[in-house]
Write a protein of this length. Structure first.
Length: 416
């Protein structure tokens, strides 16, 4: 049996209400609700920093911790979901996320901000973000639904960004940052009932075929001994670096350059809107051309768009155009990355192995957010980080080209 032959298993009869359409819709709603609030945190930097006399490095450290713990927790949450099912993991993650938002509302010291926006939200995201949703799609959906569903699940996170960015700015302008965080926390509780549709079966020794009885330890050894997986993981670092830096620091960068804060909200919303197009397009395209070429093109285009953005005068028009191009390449790396993991290793440990790839993504995010704040406080400019993002983008475009897109070779079990 190849790595993908076992991926055609039908849904259990007890779960017949969970049609593919219901699974995709509920998963997309979870992706929208969990990705939306975190995409607005950059707008909270300036009002919170003004109120408590913090430098940008204080807020950047909290969100850097969030990105790092999201990455550290992702493979752990993925392994638990692979072993015991996704329902408990997604529900607990949503509750931690909501608790972090509430505590962030009352954060008045750097330490309390680190615990709420950093630790609680970071660990909460590792349990309920679109990564777990995509892994559940891979396990629950038939093969013919999977490519489009992975694109749709990723696009849903972007739709959340599109909706929450102007909504967050409006809440901040009209009610202040504390009520905005309270509303976000209440919305996060909706994830708990939605997660019922994504419940994956608990794995036991007798519940899988003999050829799929692969241990956690063996799955990791196989993946990290595979050259193409290592290249994929290294390239994903850049995606996290660029996305986290732009999400957190772009609104302040635009204000620094004389662009109204409302425009920053619409730029972030534009990124989310056009990433819907980008993610769905890549979800469709990845079944028609090599995924490594798609990833390489995404990283290169993103790098060149940054060069054009920082080299030309910053205006409302140029900022929106940057949002359009960035949106088309924003999370569109996720469908081909998760698909490549499934192609190489199957879906038995998909959440775990994609979780380790995502850990690399979040290490990049940690450094992008943290270095952005530190460099700005030291030099009063984000320019060095912009150019570092360009360098990483070009390197990732090259790193993805040698990836081999085929199932890993495994010994065939012999009959007794």
């Amino acid at each position: 049996m190849t790595a993908t032959e076992g991926d055609r298993r039908p849904l259990p009869a007890a779960a017949t209400w969970r049609t593919p359409l219901v699974i995709v819709v509920c998963g997309c709603l979870i992706g929208m609700l969990t990705f939306g609030p975190r995409s607005t945190f950059g707008f909270f930097m300036q009002p919170m920093s003004r109120e408590f006399a913090w430098g940008r490095d204080v807020f950047a450290l909290a969100l850097a911790i969030q990105n790092l713990l999201w990455g550290i927790g992702q493979p752990i949450a993925g392994a638990i979901a692979d072993r015991f099912g996704s329902l408990r993991v997604i529900s607990l993650g949503a509750l931690m996320y909501a608790a972090g938002l509430i505590l962030m509302r009352y954060a008045a010291t750097p330490l309390s901000l680190d615990i709420s926006a950093g630790v609680l939200i970071g660990l909460g995201l590792s349990g309920c973000s679109f990564n777990l949703v995509l892994s559940a799609f891979g396990k629950l959906l038939p093969l013919e639904w999977r490519g489009v569903a992975l694109g749709a699940g990723t696009a849903a996170g972007s739709f959340g960004q599109f909706v929450f960015a102007p909504f967050g700015v409006a809440m901040l302008d009209n009610f202040g940052w504390q009520p905005a965080l309270t509303v976000f926390a209440c919305l996060m509780l909706l994830v708990v009932p939605l997660s019922l549709a994504l419940a994956t079966p608990t794995m036991s020794a007798g519940s899988v075929a003999v050829t799929e009885q692969q241990t956690f330890k063996h799955a990791l050894a196989e993946a990290f001994g595979h050259r193409s997986y290592i290249l994929l993981v290294l390239g994903f670092f850049t995606c996290g670096f660029q996305l986290a830096f732009i999400t957190v620091h772009l609104p302040a960068y635009l204000v620094d350059r004389g662009v109204p804060v409302q425009v920053g909200g619409w730029v972030v919303a534009t990124i989310g809107l056009f990433n819907i197009i980008g993610s769905l397009s890549v979800g469709w395209l990845q079944s028609r051309m090599p995924k490594r070429y798609i990833l390489s093109a995404i990283y290169f285009v993103r790098a060149m768009s940054i060069v054009a953005f920082i080299a030309l005068p910053i205006t409302t028009f140029s900022a929106i155009i940057f949002g359009v191009v960035t949106g088309l390449t924003w999370l569109s790396t996720v469908p081909p990355t998760s698909s490549l993991v499934a192609v190489m290793f199957g879906t038995r440990w998909l959440a775990t192995l994609f979780g380790f790839a995502f850990f690399s993504h979040q290490v990049g995010g940690f450094l992008g957010v943290l270095l952005g704040g530190m460099v700005f406080e030291k030099f009063g400019s984000y320019t060095p980080i912009w150019w570092l993002s360009v360098l990483f983008g070009v390197l990732s475009a090259l790193i993805n080209l040698p990836i081999v897109e085929k199932p890993v070779a495994r010994p065939v079990a012999q009959p007794a």
